[in-house]
Unconditional design. Structure first.
Length: 101
């Protein structure tokens, strides 16, 4: 009986982990190029652990004073999905500037 419960639970955990890691893969722009935030993330993630720490971001002028704002879960590091907020800001800023024309 315990085995019947354990197997579906293990399968669900595996699927959940796979979907979470898929969200942290570098995203490409519609043109097939890497998005600006993905390129920045790759450059800053020196140890390639999938996160940018305060130490890794220290010299990044793009993140000057914005680390805490981007670290939305307050874990002391920025994930790929948190870094994507920069792309969203750029998209919104681009749309606003086009509306002004």
């Amino acid at each position: 009986m315990m085995l019947k419960t354990l197997i579906p639970a293990a399968a669900a955990a595996t699927l959940l982990a796979a979907s979470a890691s898929a969200d942290d893969k570098p995203k490409t722009a519609p043109s097939g190029r890497t998005s600006p935030s993905a390129a920045l993330f790759e450059r800053l993630d020196k140890n390639k652990d999938g996160f940018v720490t305060r130490d890794e971001a220290r010299d990044a002028t793009e993140l000057q004073g914005r680390f805490a704002e981007l670290d939305t879960d307050n874990d002391g590091k920025i994930s790929r999905s948190e870094m994507r907020a920069l792309d969203n800001e750029r998209s919104a800023a681009g749309a606003t500037s086009k509306e002004r024309r």
